[in-house]
Ligand binder design. Sequence first.
Ligand SMILES: NC(=O)c1ccc[n+]([C@@H]2O[C@H](COP(=O)([O-])OP(=O)(O)OC[C@H]3O[C@@H](n4cnc5c(N)ncnc54)[C@H](O)[C@@H]3O)[C@@H](O)[C@H]2O)c1
Length: 309
Amino acid sequence: MITGGYGFIGMYVTQRLLADRHEVFIYDLLPNTPEGFEHTVKIRGNLTDQKTLFEAVYANKIDQIINLAALRNNDSKKFPYMAFQVNCAGFVNCLEAVRIFGLERLVYASSVAVLGNFDYYRQGGYDLETLYRLPENCAKQPTNVYGVTKLLNEQLGEQYSKIYGMKVVGCRLPLIFGAGKKGGSKTSVFNEMIELSYHGSPVEVELREERFNIVYVKDAAKGVYCGATAKDPQSGVYNICGATVDMLDYADAIREILPKADITLRKKPGATTPVNTCIDSAAAREQIGYTPDFDLRAGILDHIGLVVK
Ligand SMILES: NC(=O)c1ccc[n+]([C@@H]2O[C@H](COP(=O)([O-])OP(=O)(O)OC[C@H]3O[C@@H](n4cnc5c(N)ncnc54)[C@H](O)[C@@H]3O)[C@@H](O)[C@H]2O)c1
């Protein structure tokens, strides 16, 4: 059962599981079944409603939950109480469902937002090489409500697995680009750069010097899929990485595919484009078999193909 299965990442995870002939139940607030998802069982429910969630798990003999339902960064900032309800209390409902019904595992999406910003690590004496390859167990200092809720997921997941011997697998995802991402967030700029360039419109974005990690959505979904299907993953959190680049690299990759792209990168006072710390996914490669299928250029090309369709 995938909570939030009709969301941006959930749809790709679902497609991957269906292609692999898994039976997929989608637990989501959305009333309508999106096109192409007719082979899933839709359960309309709120993650915060424990009774409905438990009934859905029990009645459908669910063996595993993939929890992707969450409020993302912007909404968590606007509605912190609701972010706590969905991202934290809703997450505990999933843990409890796994505990009570003896499910095989819980897989969930965490975020690099648990880590905090670049300066925190720079001041902490990390050298640049380490800074661009932070491992799962590095110190964490989230700087927003969203990151705090995700850190609670990681830490509570660890406690449940210690106390009850449950399998709880977190996939810590970086910035993501790809077709279907909800607009309106600061990270939409990475999709906009591709899409505006494709349509021949000029695009001006803020130039940041720091490097960041960005993954194509099909690889983010692959990471979650690997967490769900790996034979015997350890409980814990796995970094799911894409490419570590800076804004210039990202713009160049777009220009390579779309030579007429009119992208201007400009330093701006009061910079707002988020730049996340980078992570290293050696553990995911070794323990759950995750490696990205798309390098940056292949991801951009695939994204263009899907948008044009
Ligand atoms: N998109 C990113 O860039 C990104 C990066 C890192 C981590 N993540 C994490 O990955 C997961 C999926 O993100 P996404 O981008 O697909 O999000 P999304 O907002 O596109 O999708 C979330 C889905 O959850 C559903 N949902 C929301 N609240 C619910 C509730 N209370 N009960 C039931 N369903 C509910 C929504 O209807 C939606 O279908 C989230 O946990 C998010 O925090 C996303």
